[in-house]
Design a protein around this ligand. Structure first.
Ligand SMILES: [Zn+2]
Length: 249
């Protein structure tokens, strides 16, 4: 059990982004989840200037478990939008950063159909070839289930299938192990942590807001949301101070 828990000496922020694109028209729902490409570029440059290394979950894991020490930040993208490949990858590459994009194996090449009822605009998700391009460029793919299901609203068999196939289907696309998971909507119960553990995931991230501190569950890691409205000074506050640590989701 002990290796399920973090043992980092300094707080580690894991940034979470969704879309890297210009926001839709005013009044559209969830505009906060769009970070403009120029803003993302400035944030990555700023991260490097502050002395941080931006890392994928696989590269971050030795820092989380205390085997490595250094000024690091996890970079994660939820859902697998094509605009991550077109608009985030150039900045990541420029600064030598890696990141983890949590994709949905059942929706590759489709759109964010799970958002239809909330009215969020439909946007392209990476297809198989684009996901391989992402990995070939030095980035990582994590799993976010097959269909972006709410684990707390489905029976155990359905959840187990979504989590298991969400991993193996992606592995057959990118031809590398997929060992990092992200709970859709941040919703889960203890039994889902057990499934994620049994299926061999090394880390799992949530929508709980905080940097990672010692003795946190590797399968319930909190993150730091970076939103459309996040200015550079606030970006710094979120990463380098306790700004996010006392916030609830
Ligand atoms: Zn999601």
């Amino acid at each position: 059990m002990s290796n399920r828990f973090t043992a980092n000496t300094q707080p580690i922020p894991i940034l979470v982004y969704h879309q890297i694109a210009a926001a839709p028209a005013k009044g559209s729902p969830f505009r906060s989840l769009y970070v403009a490409p120029q803003a993302f570029a400035r944030q990555m440059a700023w991260l490097e200037r502050l002395g941080y290394q931006g890392l994928s979950m696989t590269a971050l894991e030795p820092y989380l478990n205390g085997h490595k020490k250094g000024k690091v930040a996890g970079i994660t993208f939820d859902d697998g939008y094509l605009n991550n490949l077109s608009n985030a990858l150039p900045s990541l590459t420029k600064h030598g950063f890696s990141s983890t994009c949590y994709a949905l194996s059942g929706l590759l090449g489709k759109t964010n159909v799970w958002d239809l009822e909330t009215g969020i605009a439909q946007t392209a998700l990476m297809n198989e070839a684009q996901l391989r391009q992402w990995v070939f460029a030095g980035q990582e793919v994590g799993s976010h289930t097959r269909q972006h299901i709410d684990l707390t609203a489905n029976d155990q068999n359905k959840c187990r299938l979504e989590i298991a196939l969400g991993k193996t289907e992606l592995e057959s696309v990118v031809k590398t192990p997929v060992q990092h998971f992200c709970y859709p909507y941040g919703r889960y119960q203890p039994e889902h942590i057990g499934m994620v553990d049994t299926l061999g995931f090394v880390t799992a991230t949530t929508t709980q807001r905080s940097r990672c501190h010692p003795e946190m569950d590797m399968l319930q890691l909190p993150r730091v949301p970076i939103l459309r409205s996040t200015s550079l000074p606030v970006f710094w506050l979120k990463i380098a101070t306790a700004y996010e640590d006392r916030r609830k989701k």
